[in-house]
Design a protein around this ligand. Structure first.
Ligand code: SAH
Length: 506
């Protein structure tokens, strides 16, 4: 993006109606790469989490007890941030221009000469009814829809002069910010000629998990909304389509399930996609960072005597990647591996090898270090020599089995893992509200539990812990916690299936 005179840019972004998945692709993109987010009450925490960790987050809305910023102050803040050269996302509920006062902010930016961009959003005016099963138009039933604010209608005050014209429209009438004035709205519509049997609905928190909808007619809707104690934010829909029932009949199997994940960035990315595809909400709580020791003496010596080995054994995709990177950095190339057989613990590891142009000679049927050890014990003998470049926290099972069979091997520390926390202060809270917590390696378990506070440990009691395999489960047990679920296959589909099966059972 062009930057002129050190000026920043303000992205006015529609956040969508509530469900964080209903932001646009461009809105998400702008959030991903901003320096500051200016948001108000309707913005989801999950959207705020899309901004880089070090981005400034500035709350300007109304929330119980706290004074909200005046519109002029918000506009001034945006101009100021823009002048400082920041990439600012101004996140607004629904669409920025639908009763969002986005226009006022644009005028201030234009006046100050700050570059801006508008990204429309899915407005609640359409999305909340849709989520509740009410289409805003329907062939032969409603040929138009009209969105108006119910805010300016104060009880006891006469309705705006053009209200009778609104009321006479045959299409669907949609009121935002109207819940507090439901009575004068209903009364005004009846007075203007709508009949008491005209269908009506009120939708609270549309598209969010706590969504509620009451249906009725102009004659009954007030009482029904009162009985159900419908609260804000709410939308009022009046017209024939308010009687239609078109609520999504498909509910993804993991809808409403929250999963906290740990692991490497690439693993969590894959697992997150797999779970989100089934409707789960996912949170990356700690990311495993890898520290390569490929350049250190031990690995360098191993690279120097590759011809003395008959097998190279890989127990993770990371080991493959770092091993090959280190090999090239050491001045050698892949030809020095020509005489070696290659073993991989599982599919992911074998695929990583394939990416480098090598087919694994051996992959156990079940992706576990035990099975890998047992298989190698069959395939290799005293005359062989195995190179096992892996993390320092690797499972001792492999060494035990090979030693028992008197198969020579070098277990060399290729890398270490350390946990990098995402917003550590929220960890206990995230764990407490989660259904599952996932671990994808023994070293990941170790890195997670190192330095866990008592409170965080306690929060673990309420969550079901999922391990990718038996070795990870054993590491967990060592850390003082039993695994609730262990995946049948040592990969993303295996972990996904374990959670799915558990949810279906409960
Ligand atoms: N720009 C927003 C509207 C802002 S005005 C948009 O395009 O959606 C705020 C009003 O929007 C609320 O008073 C309420 O009437 C409505 N609203 C916003 N989100 C809502 C939701 N999830 N469910 C029901 N009404 C909602």
């Amino acid at each position: 993006m062009e930057r002129n005179d050190g000026l920043g840019v303000v992205f006015l972004v529609g956040a969508g109606p509530g469900d964080p998945e209903l932001i646009t692709a461009r809105g998400m993109c702008r959030l991903n790469s901003c320096d500051a987010v200016v948001y108000d009450s309707l913005a989801s925490d999950r959207l705020l989490a899309l901004a880089p960790e070090n981005a400034e987050r500035i709350y300007v809305g109304k929330r119980a007890g706290r004074h909200s910023m005046k519109q002029e102050e918000i506009s001034r803040l945006l101009v100021e941030l823009g002048r400082k050269g920041k990439r600012v996302v101004r996140l607004k509920g629904g669409d920025p221009f639908v009763f969002g006062r986005g226009g006022e902010e644009i005028l201030a930016l234009q006046e100050a000469g700050i570059p801006f961009e508008v990204t429309p959003g899915v407005t609640s005016a359409v999305a909340a009814p849709a989520s509740a099963g009410i289409p805003v138009t329907h062939r032969a039933v409603s040929r138009s829809f009209h969105v108006m604010t119910g805010h300016t209608l104060k009880e006891g005050e006469t309705l705006p002069p053009d209200f009778p014209e609104f009321a006479k429209l045959s299409g669907t009438l949609i009121f935002l910010m109207g819940l507090g004035n439901l009575h004068p709205i209903v009364e005004g519509l009846l007075k203007a000629g709508k009949t008491a049997d005209t269908p009506a609905a009120v939708i609270e928190s549309g598209t969010l998990p706590q969504e509620r909808c009451v249906r009725g007619t102009l004659g009954t809707i007030e009482e029904r909304a009162r009985e159900a104690a419908i609260g804000s934010p709410a939308i009022i829909v009046v017209g024939e389509t308010a009687a239609l029932e078109m609520k999504s009949s498909f509910r993804p199997p993991l809808a409403g399930v929250r999963v906290c994940m740990t692991g490497t960035a690439s693993f969590m990315d894959r697992l997150g996609r797999s779970l989100a595809g089934l409707g789960a909400e996912t949170e990356e709580v700690s990311r495993l960072g890898l520290v390569s020791h490929a350049g250190e003496a031990e690995m360098q010596e191993a690279y120097g005597r590759l011809e003395s080995y008959t097998w190279a054994v890989f127990t993770s995709a990371n080991a493959v990647r770092l091993f090959f990177e280190g090999l090239l950095a050491s001045g050698k190339d892949f030809r020095s591996l020509g005489g070696l057989k290659l073993a991989a613990v599982g599919r992911g590891t074998a695929e990583e090898l394939l990416k480098c142009g090598f087919r694994a000679d051996y992959v156990p049927e079940r992706y576990q270090v035990e099975d890998l050890a047992a298989g190698l014990a069959e395939l290799a003998g005293h005359e062989d020599r195995l190179l096992i470049p892996r993390s320092s926290g690797g499972s001792p099972v492999l060494n035990e089995v090979l030693a028992a069979r008197k198969i020579p091997y070098d277990d060399i520390c290729l890398y270490d893992v350390s946990a990098e926390w995402r917003e550590r202060e929220h960890l206990a809270e995230w764990l407490a509200s989660a259904d599952y917590l996932t671990f994808a390696s023994g070293s990941g378990v170790k890195a997670f539990f190192d330095g866990l506070s008592d409170g965080e440990r306690k929060a673990l009691d309420q969550v079901r812990v999922v391990c990718i395999g038996a070795v990870t489960a054993r590491a967990l047990e060592k850390a003082g916690r039993r695994a609730d679920l262990v995946a049948d296959s040592f990969d993303v589909p295996g972990m996904t299936a374990a959670i799915l099966k558990d949810v279906e059972k409960r």
